[in-house]
Design a protein around this ligand. Structure first.
Ligand SMILES: NC(=O)c1ccc[n+]([C@@H]2O[C@H](COP(=O)([O-])OP(=O)(O)OC[C@H]3O[C@@H](n4cnc5c(N)ncnc54)[C@H](O)[C@@H]3O)[C@@H](O)[C@H]2O)c1
Length: 333
């Protein structure tokens, strides 16, 4: 079986993880890594025994590199997607496509004629439990979906430097949940958002919120509730619930161990839940890259694709509008 030549752009937190997963992928030859901070790329290159490109043009010119992973800061995604597609590469790009819906749509306008292959890094679709929940939902195990509840709370706020350029809670963090809402309930028709600054006053000074409760109405009629916090003392709280005419499906947290403690006063004390997204979604990050590689090797469409990235961003923008105006935002087709 021929291997797929690939390169990773951006060797920070998530780029390093993707590079490590690709380096041990049986259907991939990780040819190059690149980072504008040369040292970051050199470290990853040395660890994995691959080349560190001196410039991004080296990657565009390398004919053996058929696909790239874009794991650079969000404001660089659009120019890199355009350049990669124009160089004939398939693209896996981290979420979100961009902070601006207009720029994301303009990006598609620039590349659409090139029959681009662009997958977006909504890794939670590939979490084994979330995926199984969705498959069982689609198989009708709980009848018709009526309500979905998506809980997503970070252990602690990111540093102020990150928050400043993050694009705000909805585009940076809730974007995963907006995608999950569509994954479970299909296209969304109406959005209402409450947001508050309850965790860290510094976040409020930056003009952002750290806590939110969002209500969505899907075109199917199903309702979705999303709740987020930038702080959660017991770990990285990631749960899904789908409630339907015939029952309920739940996917819960992953704990450090599965030990449960029972004594005269309590019966359910367990370890805290895993703290980092890297550990919690380790299998999902591997599975999403596997799906990207398999789709390319077998000539199938990638999923989630660019349009899914745009739709999640559209929901983030609508939630921002609802937060500002206090109104329900109606989404056109
Ligand atoms: N799917 C997920 O779970 C997940 C998790 C974390 C981050 N992300 C997304 O991944 C992206 C990167 O986030 P991160 O936390 O890894 O950031 P990071 O700051 O840790 O790493 C980004 C790296 O990109 C490099 N870089 C900057 N501009 C570049 C360019 N033009 N070309 C090449 N390299 C460049 C930086 O030097 C840095 O090493 C963001 O869009 C973020 O939203 C997704």
């Amino acid at each position: 079986m021929a291997t797929l030549g690939m390169a990773v752009l951006g060797c920070g937190r998530i780029g390093r993880l993707h590079a490590r997963n690709l380096a041990r992928h049986p259907r991939v030859r990780l040819a190059q890594v690149f980072d504008v901070a040369g040292e970051a790329a050199q470290q990853v290159a040395a660890e994995l025994g691959v080349r560190s490109a001196r410039s991004v043009d080296e990657i565009w010119d390398e004919r053996n590199v058929r696909a790239v992973v874009i794991a650079t800061p969000t404001d660089t995604h659009v120019p890199l997607i355009v350049a990669a597609v124009k160089a004939g590469k398939a693209v896996f790009c981290e979420k979100p496509i961009d902070m601006s819906l207009e720029r994301a749509r303009a990006c598609w306008g620039e590349i659409a004629a090139d029959a681009p292959v662009v997958m977006i890094g909504f890794n939670r679709r590939f979490d084994p439990s979330y995926r199984a929940l969705r498959e069982r939902l689609k198989l009708g195990e709980i009848g018709r979906l009526e309500l979905a509840v998506i809980t997503s709370r970070d252990p602690a706020p990111p540093p102020a430097g990150y928050l400043q350029s993050s694009g705000g809670l909805f585009r940076d963090m809730t974007i995963h949940d907006f995608d999950m809402a569509r994954y479970l309930a299909g296209d969304i028709a109406r959005v209402h958002a409450f947001g508050a600054n309850l965790v860290d006053a510094e976040i409020g000074r930056l003009g952002d919120i750290d806590t939110c409760a969002i209500s969505l109405r899907a075109r199917s009629g199903a309702l979705v509730q999303i709740n987020n916090s930038r702080r959660c003392v017991y770990g990285y709280d990631q749960r899904l619930e789908a409630f339907g005419s015939g029952g309920m499906l739940q996917a819960g947290n992953r704990h450090e161990t599965s030990v449960a403690s029972w004594n005269a006063e309590r019966t359910t004390g367990r370890d805290v839940v895993l703290h980092s997204f890297i550990e919690r979604y380790a299998q999902a990050y591997e599975a999403e890259m596997d799906a990207f590689v398999a789709a390319l090797a077998e000539g199938r469409p990638v999923s989630p694709d660019f349009a899914d990235g745009v739709e999640a961003l559209r929901l983030a923008v609508a939630a921002g509008e609802s937060l500002r105006t206090g109104r329900v935002v109606e989404l056109g087709p």
